[in-house]
Design a protein. Sequence first.
Length: 205
Amino acid sequence: MVSTCIALYNIRIARICRLPASLRSERSAVEISISREWIDVLFYRPFLMLARRRAAQPSRRDLIEPELPPNLLASWSSTMSREIIHTKLAPASPPTYSQAVKAAGLIFVSGTGPHDPITGVISGSTIQQQTSQCLTSISAILSAAGSKLSNIVSATVILADEDDFSGMNEEWVKWFPVDPPARQGAKLPVRIPGMKISIAAIAEA
């Protein structure tokens, strides 16, 4: 729109300027002066003010991503460090995962089966015995990470047979008599002869 008005203005000026001097009137000179002021007031000045305003405002990137103090960044970096936890008092983990990982102020304990930490064989034949062995191993892992069972905030109980759920609960309440952690259940993805349960947990460091 601006370019159209300026073009029309220039055409008008050119037509007036082509007239012989004898035919140019004072009115033409006035029209040229008014036209110039009209374009200046309606277009040039508002655009100049808008450009100045935008130059004074912070960019969108500055508003969304403000600079953070170096000491805060260093604090976050140290908080997000990752430590692998390993102890001989719990069953050794295979090469595909760790016994636990400590990160972001939490300890993530992998699914821990009812294996004897020394012999590696399944300990116990009942669901109660195997649940106890799983929690004993998890307690050892948490202790190696500087935590304890009472710091568990969430646990996942993985059963081979849903009929063992009540027997697992019978043993569970002995370990968490009050204020038990959040918990969810799952089914063992593979069948291991004699293995009835595996337990994973997340605890505060």
